[in-house]
Design a protein around this ligand. Structure first.
Ligand SMILES: [Zn+2]
Length: 262
């Protein structure tokens, strides 16, 4: 089968499904045998932050500016639209972070244990929430520019999903979840991506004016999670140097992929 002949919507769905599945693949060490050390995990999660940072700008914000420029010729409208959409994306995740978790913990354990369990679940919810815009981004990538446009994004997002999946599984193991339970929950966090992918590709195919908004909104949502969850998580155990090294590698790799394949 020649994938380049598929419809943009089918491509968006399959691309985001493949990227999302790498969350489960990345979490496999939680199922069997030895886990990578905390330092290695902080390095790889730093890598995820770097990929997401570069993807936000090169695969989302710059294409959003280009798309806005095609529609509006006023110089200030273009960046203003993109800035507003980024802030809306950040605000949406902030709001979800505020609202979603609380119910889960009211009936849970109490005392210091509850605090640590709560932190783990906040992290998991944040990962799940940000997987949606990642899927959206992959879907929008395929939906707006076909195969060439979506592929670097699907690869980059897929790569950074692996350490995220592992981070989720490992934090659940630390809370006493079984290996299979931890892996299963980590895998589930990735399955939000094809949902986002389908919606992203569908909306963009149906409504072109939404394109710059969708791209910049997805970027904002990712930027919020990078700053609020991923980077702090990599700095909690004294491995700041490794975390920053990982971020640098992820950033330049995604930049390279995006320019080379895109
Ligand atoms: Zn991510």
């Amino acid at each position: 089968m020649d994938v380049t002949t598929l419809s943009p919507i089918a491509l968006g769905f399959l691309g985001s499904l493949a990227a999302g599945s790498l969350t489960a693949v990345g979490a496999i060490p939680a199922l069997f045998g030895r886990l990578p050390s905390r330092a290695t995990r902080d390095l790889s999660l730093g890598f995820a932050a770097g990929v997401m940072l570069a993807a936000s700008f090169f695969s989302l914000i710059i294409p959003a500016l280009d798309a806005a420029e095609l529609r509006y010729d006023n110089g200030a409208v273009v960046p203003a639209l993109v800035c507003v959409a980024i802030l809306l994306g950040m605000g949406a995740v902030a709001l979800m972070n505020e609202r979603l978790p609380h119910e889960h913990f009211r009936t849970g354990r109490e005392g210091p244990e509850a605090a640590s369990l709560r932190r783990v679940w906040l992290f998991i919810i944040a990962i799940t929430i940000h997987n949606f815009p990642e899927g959206l981004a992959v879907g929008v990538g395929f939906g707006s520019g076909g195969y060439e446009n979506g592929l670097p994004l699907a690869i980059g997002i897929g790569l950074q999903n692996a350490p995220e999946g592992l981070a989720v599984a490992v934090s659940l193991l630390g809370e006493g979840y079984t290996r299979r339970g931890a892996w299963g929950i980590a895998a589930l966090t990735g399955m939000v991506e094809p949902v986002g992918g389908l919606i992203g590709a569908g909306v963009i195919t149906l409504s072109e004016p939404l394109l710059p908004w969708g791209l910049a909104f997805a970027a904002g949502a990712m930027l919020y999670v990078i700053s609020h969850e991923i980077i702090p998580e990599t700095h909690r155990n004294g491995h700041q140097n490794r975390a920053t090294l990982g971020l640098a590698i992820g950033l330049v790799l995604m930049l390279f992929l995006d320019i080379w394949l895109g």
